[in-house]
Design a protein around this ligand. Structure first.
Ligand code: ZN
Length: 212
């Protein structure tokens, strides 16, 4: 990528799922997930518009292996909307694990998008739940605010960042993924699949230093 992408008033930084449970010591820790914090905090100072996503599940959520007797975390099952990976219990509403990591420091964030709060649908994307039909409202927010380009950073690169990028693209927004401000889980080839998907969509993948 060319250096020095200029951030303007129609750009949004979307900071994905920087919550305690996704950081080392959490219940679904993304390896080295805490390393993104200084990068994301610095990035955010460049953007006038920032939104945060927050994974926010009820106890007994469909995506939890513990909700399916005899199943283990990281197995894939088939649910009404297709395949669903089972996860350890994580980001349960109102628990410390669901809180933003204490080192995340973006006081000017204008929106928090909570997702995954319906018991029977998981939600990786900030735009649509995993049935790919139930909207979160973020696309409408962006349109009403005149925001046209979405920059993505956060956790995990190969799940919530990936699906958010794909859906942003599908909704007609320009998409930029700031890869060094993300970390991946890499379950069953998910990291490579993410790189292939983003490349196929023509998504710009840049580093923090590319943003002016
Ligand atoms: Zn979740």
């Amino acid at each position: 990528m060319a250096n020095g992408i200029a951030v303007g008033d129609d750009d949004l930084l979307l900071v994905v799922d920087i919550q305690n449970d996704f950081c080392p010591g959490g219940r679904l820790a993304v390896p080295r997930g805490d390393e993104v914090m200084p990068l994301v905090n610095r990035l955010a100072t460049i953007f006038p518009h920032v939104a945060l996503t927050q994974d926010w599940h009820p106890a007994g959520h469909l995506s939890f292996a513990s909700s399916h007797p005899g199943r283990n975390p990281f197995e894939t099952i088939t649910v009404s909307y297709g395949p669903q990976i089972l996860w350890p219990d994580h980001c349960v509403q109102g628990t410390p694990g669901a809180e933003f990591h204490p080192a995340l420091n973006i006081p000017h964030a204008g929106l928090v998008v909570r997702k995954g709060f319906r018991r029977a649908i998981d939600s990786y994307s900030a735009f649509f739940e995993n049935d790919r039909r139930t909207p979160t409202g973020l696309a409408g927010y962006l349109r009403e605010r005149g925001l046209k380009r979405v920059f993505l950073a956060g956790l995990a690169f190969d799940f919530c960042v990936r699906y958010s990028a794909e859906d942003a693209h599908g909704q007609g927004f320009a998409v930029v993924v700031i890869e060094d401000a993300c970390r991946a889980i890499d379950v069953e080839g998910s990291l490579q699949a993410t790189r292939q998907s983003l490349a196929a969509l023509g998504t710009a993948v840049i580093t923090v230093n590319d943003v002016a």
